[in-house]
Design a protein around this ligand. Structure first.
Ligand SMILES: Cc1ncc(COP(=O)(O)O)c(C=O)c1O
Length: 378
């Protein structure tokens, strides 16, 4: 079976992990956590990085630091991984689900802008939903599959309505908009390093920010909010969300290889786009010219999704369906969904991701394309 997206661990991973094991620094304290944080922040052009146990924890803490409180509302695209919305719900806040642009599959900013103009009023620089008088505290764009919406426009909307921007940049390490890295447009940006991401620590995340106070607070909250070096004195309810040294060691080795991973992913993306250009009705998400695309996970669109998904998975090519839109999950069906044409549903029923690992050989890439061609010739 050609896997969907597996890590490439061919750098200094063994060496750095061995160093942790040899020295006994396997837990939260240890030099690799700081080095890994600095490496991610430096790569993105952010001032600070705070490592977390996973991307979901990074989102949870970032939303709290952006001021999201119980009963607040947070704007988020309707197509995302469930963790984005779960993080909002952990705080007792609720999402406003915005439909996606049918071409880029990112949050539809025309819809968002119309919604803000139509449904939101401001009092003393605070934005409220007219109908329920609930405060809208944050906008969380999700850079789905490493693509990005027009971040300059989104940030301008946030500024106009005084709503903080927190980026779910979990899939977009290395992507840019007009040369600026994903994760650095908002007050805080969150990355994930689970096993299928462009770099991995097995499980892990990083929050990036340029705000020193928020960075200090993020570290404090992720380490049980302990305020005394020796005594167990804590000044608020904290979380055990800090990444451990042995995983950060893997992360540091992965960061050293990130530029080469991005190049490989871009090559795979270009190759698929060329080879599948005239196969069946296949097309791809639009990448606007301002976006530097990390090409994390190649996803194709076809009216024959179910047939193709079944055919590929039973013929040695692993592929996976796109996420069910958030408004269709029973637990979120009473949340606000802003849409015109329900593009989320159409994308859900027509998209599937195909093998995109950096380690794919030419033979494997050919096999994927040939199997897709076979499926369409049946
Ligand atoms: C869009 C999105 N948001 C959030 C997450 C959560 O990250 P993690 O799995 O590291 O908790 C992921 C990754 O799984 C994701 O793809």
């Amino acid at each position: 079976m050609i896997p969907l997206s597996i890590p490439e661990l061919s750098g200094n991973e063994w060496k750095y992990v061995k160093d942790c094991l040899d020295t006994g620094w396997v837990s939260m304290a240890g030099a690799y956590v700081n080095k890994f944080e600095r490496s991610v922040a430096h790569f993105c052009g952010a001032d600070y990085g705070i490592a977390t146990v996973n991307g979901t924890a990074a989102l949870h803490i970032s939303l709290m630091l952006a001021g999201v409180r119980k009963n607040d509302l947070v704007i988020v695209p309707n197509i995302t991984f469930v963790a984005s919305v779960n993080a909002i719900k952990y705080i007792g806040a609720d999402p406003i689900l915005i439909d996606i642009n049918p071409n880029t599959w990112q949050m539809n900013l025309d819809l968002l802008e119309e919604f803000l103009e139509r449904e939101v009023y401001c009092v003393q620089d605070e934005a409220y939903l007219t109908e329920s008088k609930r405060r809208i505290r944050a906008i969380m764009p999700v850079h789905v599959l490493g693509n990005m919406c027009n971040m300059e426009r989104l940030v301008a909307l946030g500024t106009k309505y005084n709503i903080e921007v927190v980026e779910d940049a979990t899939e977009s390490l290395g992507s840019t908009y007009n040369g600026q890295h994903a994760g650095t447009f908002g007050t805080l940006g969150c990355f994930s390093f689970n096993g299928n991401k462009i770099i991995t620590t097995g499980g892990g995340g990083v929050i990036v920010t340029n705000d020193k106070e928020l960075a200090i607070k993020a570290k404090h909250l992720t380490t049980q909010a302990k305020i005394h070096p020796e005594e167990y004195i804590h000044d608020e309810i904290g979380y055990n969300y800090r990444l451990v040294n042995v995983l950060a060691a893997i992360g540091l080795a992965q960061m050293e290889q990130l530029p080469s991973f991005i190049l490989k992913k871009k090559k795979i993306n270009k190759w698929y786009r060329e080879q599948l250009d005239d196969v069946g009705d296949i097309d791809f998400q639009t990448i606007e010219p301002q976006v530097g695309f990390n090409a994390w996970l190649i996803t194709i669109r076809t009216a024959h999704k179910d047939m193709l998904l079944k055919y590929l998975n039973s013929n040695g090519v692993m592929c996976r369906s796109f996420w069910m839109p958030m408004n269709q999950l029973e637990m979120f069906e009473n949340d606000i969904y802003v849409t015109e044409h329900n593009s989320s549903n159409k994308i859900y029923h027509s998209c599937l991701s195909i093998p995109s690992s950096t380690g794919l050989t030419n033979d494997q890439l050919n096999e994927v394309v040939n199997t897709i061609k076979q499926a369409f010739s049946k």
